[in-house]
Design a protein around this ligand. Structure first.
Ligand code: C5P
Length: 242
């Protein structure tokens, strides 16, 4: 895999408290990272300021806001997300097929009106913080997590979304059941030399990509490294072997 192909697959989670820290990461790592992920923490703190900063640097950004509301609200929010320049964003598949279709409708409308590239919309299936015990006891749902993930991924595909966010452990089955073209973005990535932190279902960058991940999310493995450039270069070396 060449450097350009690797860069395209790498998403960096900007999970930091202060906007200056986020800006520094964008400056330092923009050369190596295809897409910066702005999550709720940063978005609720600094909104469009960080988004505009990433755009100024000509980097892509993924707005990880996991929309979940009535279809009309999700449609209008999706419209504004694309209007404000996101390349991709996500919604909760548990919001239902109609809600997911509305997200796509709003996003496409804004892309056409503002002459933007086709938006990429991913669905979150079951959060990794939800286990079978919570499904059964709190949500009165006796299905296995795997069945739920697959069903919700099917719903996302039916609604016309581009793919899902899924752990490396679900990658192969999702690709098998939903097709190679159905995009999978995989968090919980840990190179062998890095710490697991609180992540349970982890994979190395090369094994996730080998199993079919279209995008991998790098977070603390890079952002908490003493030498971030050296850390990202090691990730490149690992993937290059594939
Ligand atoms: O630092 P770390 O690599 O654990 O960061 C992973 C990123 O991916 C975080 O932004 C986290 O919110 C996100 N994520 C995740 N697991 C999911 C969905 C998203 O870790 N199931």
């Amino acid at each position: 895999m060449n450097n350009e192909e690797i860069k395209k697959k790498l998403v960096l989670a900007l999970d930091v408290e202060e906007i200056d820290e986020a800006k520094k990461l964008v400056d330092e790592l923009g050369e190596y990272i295809g897409t910066f992920k702005v999550g709720l923490q940063l978005f609720c703190g600094y909104g469009l300021e960080i988004i505009n900063y990433i755009k100024e640097k000509n980097s892509n950004f993924f707005l990880d806001v996991k929309l979940h509301d009535i279809p009309n609200t999700v449609e209008k929010a999706s419209y504004n997300i694309i209007k404000n320049g996101a390349n991709f964003f996500n919604v909760h598949a548990t919001g239902g097929i109609e809600m997911m279709r509305s997200a796509k409708k709003g996003a496409l409308e804004a892309a056409q009106k503002y002459n933007k590239q086709a938006p990429l919309i991913l669905a979150v299936t079951i959060l990794t913080s939800i286990n079978e015990n919570i499904l059964e006891k709190e949500l009165l749902n006796k299905n296995s997590v795997e069945n739920m993930v697959l069903q919700l991924a099917k719903n996302a595909k039916e609604a016309g979304l581009d793919g899902v966010v899924a752990s490396a452990h679900e990658l192969k089955i999702i690709k098998k059941e939903l097709g190679e073209d159905f995009i999978v973005l995989t968090p919980g990535i840990r190179p062998l030399w890095s710490s697991k932190n609180d992540q349970k279902r982890i994979a190395t960058p090369s094994s996730a990509i080998n199993d079919g991940a279209d995008y991998i999310v790098l977070g603390r493995a890079i952002t908490k490294s003493e030498d971030k450039i050296e850390a990202i270069k090691k990730v490149y070396e690992e993937i290059k072997e594939l």
